[in-house]
Design a protein. Sequence first.
Length: 182
Amino acid sequence: MTSRRDPVALVLDRLEGVRKSGSGWIAKCPAHPDKSPSLSIREGERGVILKCWIGCTFPAIVDALGLRQSDLFYGALAAPQQRQHAFKAVLKACVSESIVVITSSRSGVMPEQDHDRLRTAALRLRAALTLDGLPGRREIEGVARYAALLLKGQALTEDEDDNLTGSVEWIGWLIADEHKLG
């Protein structure tokens, strides 16, 4: 059985500029040209948790480390449980990003800062679609499509706004109904 420290050590050994921060570490993110540490690393209940504060996706960070996502788990979870846990985490992130899209659709004129945040949301939604077998793919694609329209300065019709809201509700339902997650 793998010890709880092995995945953490595996990650930390591959990062630059690592230093202790609170209950975890910070380091330069390997998924983008990072001049100062923007990657948070901490031990979660089931594995290593990585968060790039610039917005790099978990799969992009793991890939840049030359690892597989499964390398970051402690080894106690069976593959279906890992997959379900990963899907749930991705879907929760998609709901958060979808709320950005909904807020943007209803805000009218969008300041540049909000436009940048909407662009980040669209990128994160598209990144989620790279996971094979992700439930709710059609809904996530729809939200990403509406984000693209908003980024082009197009207002959503009432039907499109209703569809956007319905898609987010559907994703929320998938999170609550865990047996649908694989």
